[in-house]
Design a protein around this ligand. Structure first.
Ligand code: NAD
Length: 635
């Protein structure tokens, strides 16, 4: 018998995994066969539902077959693995969207790739010996096959815990965590199968389900939530107390590949806001695509499966050594190599190709969209078709994105592009502007039969280049739904803040905090200098202490300290001080009209005004450090 047995049996389609000696691990051919079957049976009236099961007691499916991946990747050929994952993930997405009931019987181990062919189904059945896990971090991968989505949807912080430690879920746990739905003892499965074959009626599963055993993980929920609430793995480790439970959790974290564990946490956080499996698979693919070339996948397999010495030499040896930038690099967009699951090429007009707009447009091209760009400077961006005017860039576009210096320019560009846009298209303004301009442009767009979103961003040029911006959006739910897939390409998070103008309101509040924290961070460095405290030492302390902030940790204003930032490039912007002053002015304007007290915001505004008047408006806003360093206590 072949590795996989696919047939129509009575009223149902049946897929049986048949590699029990290999714990039914999925080969490339099995994956392709399952995908073809899903395509065929979706429209085959003879098939009322699909039942997937597996031969043997030990495992439903222990994962993907990684022998061939190891052989090719260790010889420097990374394309085999990438193609394997591309095709596997496409199959996972088809399974998750399958239009008929999909029933999976999961005895013994269901892990990694096994989760991908079962847990996205509509009826997931476990029994007394079921053990489900996403243990990929142990071999230098991250939870994939859409598993990070299931983890993200698990209660509380269980997703972070299960994904980073690879902990196995028993039947009751799997149901509690959302990886399974029904508990039916194994001895009843033959009868269940017969009933399904005879009736084609999925409610037979409900009829035979029994009360599941209690979940041990549910009992630990509080501890897990307390211990795994941190933003990064180092936050999590820092928060561990000296209990035996935390010691065991730390040990489990320490067993995985450090880069994978840190990324798994970030991945679960990132996909928690996603609404479709396609978005999730694209994020996972960014890591798996790089896992052999830039990560530890080859070494992970060698230590666990080939040599079985359980002594991997990870590129980043401990969790404490993993920096945020290491994780970011593994999850950065892949440009033309991004996972493409569907043909949904959009035509996008992009207006304002400056420090932010340029790389944002490039990422949209990388994701397969056609981008037509315009900037008054005539600057061109690789892959972006240049247009002679803003109106021409907008003509025929499904979406028009603007990334402009201020509200006045936005209003004049809107006057030009709105009449040129086709009915039903969406105007997305990502510039930081005043709330009134955002609302006026949205009203104008809506009067012309267009959708509109104000979606200013946070994350700076680094975020624009890496595709890790945060978008704060205002507009109707329909407009946000159209814009969201673009935010997923250009960023890692988008928040629908409310109606038109709400995105700008959020941005203004955020940047008031940023302006003030940057000034105080610069002040602290200037003070440290005068106290004879080494800048690097101060960074080492503050970046992991209560004074930490984005200004310190991600955009350190001191050259040569922390991750690369504009301070390392002679304070070339980055984010120009004049733009920061603009944002602080917007915040004060808003505070005045809303009658809100913002004394520190006002003071930050005054300081940036003095800085700009000093002729430094075109310097990065972090150049406040050399400016302050020259001053004395009196001045
Ligand atoms: P930028 O000055 O580098 O880019 C703006 C671009 O718009 C320029 O290339 C300019 O030539 C072009 N432009 C001006 N008028 C135009 C017109 N009428 N038609 C077409 N193009 C025109 O500025 P940036 O740093 O890319 O910032 C853009 C927006 O993003 C601003 O609103 C800023 O506040 C916001 N922002 C910037 C950062 C950052 O770190 N740079 C971060 C978050 C938000």
């Amino acid at each position: 018998m072949a590795d996989i047995d696919i047939r129509i049996d009575g009223k149902i389609g049946r897929i049986t995994l048949n590699r029990p000696k290999a714990l039914n691990a999925l080969t490339y051919d099995m994956i392709r066969a399952i995908e073809n079957t899903l395509d065929t049976w979706a429209n085959d009236d003879r098939v009322a539902l699909i039942l997937i099961d597996a031969i043997g007691d030990k495992a439903f499916c222990a994962g993907g077959d990684i022998q061939e991946m190891y052989a090719t990747a260790s010889a420097g050929n990374f394309e085999y693995g990438r193609q394997f994952w591309r095709d596997e993930y496409r199959m996972n997405a088809k399974l998750a969207n399958f239009p008929k009931p999909y029933i999976a019987l999961m005895q013994g181990f269901t892990m990694g790739g096994g989760v991908g062919v079962s847990c996205h189904g509509s009826h997931r059945v476990v029994c007394e010996n079921s053990q489900i896990a996403m243990p990929e971090c142990g071999i230098g991968l991250v939870p994939d096959v859409g598993g990070s989505m299931l983890l993200a949807q698990a209660p509380g912080r269980l997703g972070e815990y299960l994904g980073a430690t690879g902990t196995r879920m028993k039947a009751g746990d799997a149901i509690y965590c959302g990886f399974a739905d029904y508990y039916i003892p194994r001895e009843k499965w033959a009868e269940l199968t017969t009933r399904l074959v005879e009736t084609g009626d999925h409610t037979q599963v409900d009829a035979m389900a029994q009360t599941p055993p209690e979940s041990g993980l549910q009992a630990q929920q509080q501890q897990i939530d307390n211990a795994f609430g941190g933003e990064t793995v180092n936050d999590i480790l820092n928060g561990f107390d000296d209990s035996a439970w935390c010691a065991t959790a730390a040990e489990a974290l320490g067993r995985g590949c450090p880069l994978s564990v840190a990324t798994a946490i970030a991945l679960v956080h990132r996909v928690r806001g996603f609404t479709s499996i396609e978005q999730v698979l694209k994020q996972e693919f960014r890591f798996t695509y790089r896992s052999a070339s830039d990560g530890d996948f080859v070494e992970g397999i060698r230590a666990a499966i080939i040599d079985k010495d359980r002594n991997p030499k990870w590129k980043i040896p401990t969790l404490r050594d993993v920096r945020d930038i290491d994780v970011t690099k593994m999850l950065m967009p892949l440009g033309e190599h991004e996972l493409k699951l569907e043909e949904n090429r959009m035509i996008i007009g992009f207006i304002g190709l400056g420090n932010m707009g340029g790389p944002m447009a490039r990422n949209l091209v990388g994701a397969g969209h056609k981008v037509v760009g315009f900037d008054v400077t005539g600057v061109t961006i690789q892959g972006v078709a240049p247009a002679a005017t803003a109106a021409l860039a907008a003509t025929g576009a499904d979406l028009v994105i603007t990334m402009l210096p201020n509200g006045e320019i936005l209003r004049s560009v809107a006057d030009e592009v709105i009449p040129a846009m086709k009915s039903g298209a969406c105007l997305i303004d990502c510039s930081t502007v005043d709330v009134e301009s955002a609302r006026a442009v949205a009203d104008q767009a809506s009067a012309a039969g267009l959708l509109a979103v104000d979606a200013p961003v946070s994350g700076g040029i680094g975020g624009a280049e890496a595709g890790t911006l945060t978008f704060m959006a205002g507009g109707s739910a329909a407009a946000f739904a159209v814009a969201e897939p673009m935010f997923d390409i250009m960023g890692q998070k988008s928040v629908h803040c409310g109606d038109s103008g709400a995105g700008q309101a959020a941005k203004i509040c955020n940047n008031m905090i940023l302006g003030a924290t940057m000034i105080v961070t610069c002040e602290a460095f200037a003070l440290a200098d005068k106290l004879g405290l080494d800048r690097q030492k101060m960074f080492d302390v503050v970046s992991t202490s209560s004074g930490y902030s984005w200004s310190m940790n991600a955009y350190c204003p001191a050259p040569g300290v922390g991750p690369t930032s504009p301070s390392d490039n002679d304070y070339k912007p980055g984010f120009a001080a004049a733009l920061m002053l603009k944002d602080l002015n917007l915040a004060q304007q808003a505070a005045e009209s809303a009658d809100a007290a913002t004394p520190l915001g006002q003071h930050a505004r005054d300081m940036y005004e003095a800085f700009v008047e000093d002729g430094q408006g075109n310097m990065d806003f972090s150049a406040m450090l050399p400016y302050l360093a020259k001053k004395t206590h009196e001045t």
